[in-house]
Design a protein around this ligand. Sequence first.
Ligand code: AMP
Length: 171
Amino acid sequence: MKELLSHIRDVPDFPRPGIVFKDITPLLGNARALQRAVDAMTEPFANDGVTVVAGVEARGFLFAAPIALKLGCGVALLRKPGKLPFHTHRVEYELEYGKDAIEIHQDAVTRSDRVLLVDDVIATGGTIRAAAELVSGQGAKVIGLTFLIELGFLSGRSRLEGYRVHSVLAF
Ligand code: AMP
């Protein structure tokens, strides 16, 4: 995984002063690194009977689609409010300052689905926890959560007790 690290760029003070942004665009631009990242994010869940891969807007989509193809299933989209065209369910969650929300189409997952949730980065874990609530609220089973990068110092995992959490690179 050392090789993957060399394709992730730290951008200090983006999007706000004090945040070190993990820029994955060099990894996305390298076919071998992208393939290895997708393989490593998928591998622990290869034999879990996943039926839907749910990606979190926006960089989560870039991994959700190739992971779904590897697992032989389809993709569901978890998006910011107002972006999905059909009937949606929504979950609100707390940010450091204020609130945010995430939505899913009401017919994106069903009670019989076994769902793998995907995002590029887990930071505080707030977004993915809301995503997991949304999916389980529709009666589907959350099989696991997979990330390329985990910012361990923000303790996102501690908000995800009871879920199987996998990350490829931890900082
Ligand atoms: P959180 O809800 O705090 O876990 O934030 C997760 C979302 O914010 C993910 O969708 C990430 O893409 C993005 N994010 C948070 N912190 C960073 C960071 N330092 N570098 C890149 N993306 C980040």
